[in-house]
Each structure stands twice: as C-alpha cells, then as structure tokens.
Design a protein around this ligand. Structure first.
Ligand code: SF4
Ligand code: SF4
Length: 58
C-alpha cells in the first residue's frame, strides 16, 4: 500500500515535514509520493488540513 495526494492539496507542506520515511518530496503542484519508501504509517494523513491524502494500493 501507499498514499496518493489529490487536488484538494493546498501545498501547505505539513506532510513533507511529517513523513518519517522521507517518502514525500516537493513537486510543482503537490508533493510527490515515493511509493517504495512509504510504510503507510498514515502520519501524513493525520496532519493534512485539506483531507487530500488517502491510502491506495501501491
Ligand atoms: S503514510 Fe507515512 S510513510 Fe507514507 S508518505 Fe505518509 S507519512 Fe510518509
Ligand atoms: S499536508 Fe495536505 S495540503 Fe498540505 S502539502 Fe501535504 S497533501 Fe498538500
């Protein structure tokens, strides 16, 4: 499993600084998920103020 970020992302950066695996990296529109690094810990989901991150099949 991994996570995906949808259009509700405002680019606040909360998830980027929260991910313990450095699985989220800055990108032009919204953070990019490095699927191989994501442990599906859900820390990013909890800190997203826009409810823009959800679990998805890797
Ligand atoms: S679920 Fe955890 S490991 Fe995966 S991107 Fe979010 S904070 Fe990082
Ligand atoms: S925490 Fe949510 S709104 Fe903020 S950058 Fe990450 S996905 Fe976008």
């Amino acid at each position: 499993m991994s996570v995906a970020i949808d259009l509700r992302c405002t680019g606040c950066g909360n998830c980027l600084i929260t991910c313990p695996e450095k699985a989220l990296v800055p990108a032009r529109l919204r953070p990019l998920v490095i699927v191989d690094r994501c442990t599906t810990c859900m820390a990013c989901v909890e800190v997203c103020p826009s409810d823009a991150i959800r679990e998805v099949p890797a």
